[in-house]
Design a protein around this ligand. Structure first.
Ligand code: S3P
Length: 180
């Protein structure tokens, strides 16, 4: 059983995980505001550090280099507190990133069903390097396969919430109760 102090510290560092398009950034901003935490977006931090877009990192340096940058950026949160970090969809599935998140704070999974992910992602293909250029069938298959592969990681989150609505009341309550 964690001590009260550790739980309080855990609640002041929140990692939002979930598939691309699940709504982590939108929900994250709202949730951070409600909890009085500073909002960060891991992809944005990587882009700022690299001086180019995630798409260009994938295109010119490849996914392996991106995953290394992602891990390095995540590690910088070791010394931070009172933040909510919206993490890229693949981040908890590489290295021991999920272990790091779980040690440092509270991991919240933003859950969204495949059909809605498909709807959202088919409108935002250009800005997402993993799905750019896919037709409908390929995108459906990609979402289904990736979700299956990533579920064992996402399921290890401390709490989960639906990405369908940006109403954060339910999860705010769950976070508040997490210490009891
Ligand atoms: C990725 C998700 C993206 C971004 C990169 C790879 C993934 O983040 O990190 O394009 O592997 O699922 P979002 O989940 O914020 O779109």
């Amino acid at each position: 059983m964690l001590k009260q102090m550790e739980l309080t510290a855990k609640k002041s560092s929140i990692f939002l995980i979930g598939f691309m398009g699940a709504g982590k950034s939108t929900i994250g901003k709202k949730l951070a505001h409600r909890l009085g935490l500073t909002f960060f977006d891991l992809d944005k931090l990587i882009e700022a550090k690299a001086g180019c877009s995630i798409s260009d990192i994938f295109k010119f340096l490849g996914e392996t280099a991106f995953r290394e940058m992602e891990q390095a950026c995540l590690q910088t949160f070791q010394t931070k507190d009172h933040f909510l970090l919206a993490c890229g969809g693949g981040s908890p599935c590489f290295f021991d990133n999920l272990g790091f998140m779980k040690n440092k704070g509270l991991v919240v999974y933003v859950d969204l069903q495949e059909s809605v992910l498909f709807e959202r992602l088919s409108k935002a293909k250009k800005i997402r390097p993993s799905i750019v250029g896919m037709d409908e069938k390929q995108l459906k298959e990609f979402i289904s396969n990736q979700l299956k592969a990533r579920m064992p990681f996402y399921e290890q989150a401390d709490l989960s919430m639906s990405g369908l609505s940006i109403n954060v009341n339910g999860i705010v309550e769950q976070i508040a109760q997490f210490a009891h």
